[in-house]
Design a binder for this molecule. Sequence first.
Ligand code: DGL
Length: 274
Amino acid sequence: MAGASDRPIGVFDSGVGGLTVLKELRRQLPGESTVYLGDEARMPYGPRPADEVIAFTRQAMAWFAEQRCKLVVLACNTATAVALETVRDEAAVPVIGVVRPGAAAAISASARRAVGVLATTGTVRSGSYLRALRDLDPLVDVVQQACPKLVPLVEAGEARSRAAEDAVREYVEPLLRDGAVVSPAVDTLLLGCTHYPLLRETIERVAGPGVRVVDSAATTALAVREVLESHHLRRAAGDAEHRVHATGPSDRFRQVASTIFGEELPLVGQVELV
Ligand code: DGL
């Protein structure tokens, strides 16, 4: 009979970007089955008011409960920033967000403890990265930069375009100058949005060799492993099963997904969240 540890890990994002976190989870925890849900029909979450993001995240949590997930990862930074505390209180299983793991990655990367956070408007407004970074190092210099042009560019398949480079310059260059927006200039950029790893090359080029660019995928997978182990929920062996679902049409989803995974994803099942 299948035990609790055989149940899948749920991974939630507003769309396709959370697949970057799923990929790392599958790499670090190859024995675990996963169920991914991207709320493609209602993304972007970034500009939405907090109560709406909380309502959508609650609906997703109810769906993951139906899938009998043993743990849920909110791979969406905006959902983590505004809804994690609420859904964590309500859930019967552990819920892990990406903000704290992302902050941990930035603190270990930053030699001068000067971090720039690139994120959606909703994430910046919540202040959650600022708090998470200061929890880890109260003296860290943090500058948050909302980047509302970036998600639409990635979604439009224009991550490598001139427009994307111009937008990245607009957001990143002010953080690189001592005393301009932040004093001192940042030595680490934290990609606080699921879509920004798809712009990593451009961001690294604009930031230059003296700046580390980090995201939360690896440290989130590590946090998942620790929680599974401490609750004896880890499934180390056996054939893992992976399912991917989206709330919107699957064609574009599959296209971006294959860029992230470097291969075609198994069938995307369509889900309606209520
Ligand atoms: N998933 C969102 C995040 O990480 C980005 C896309 C959106 O705005 O929905 O913040």
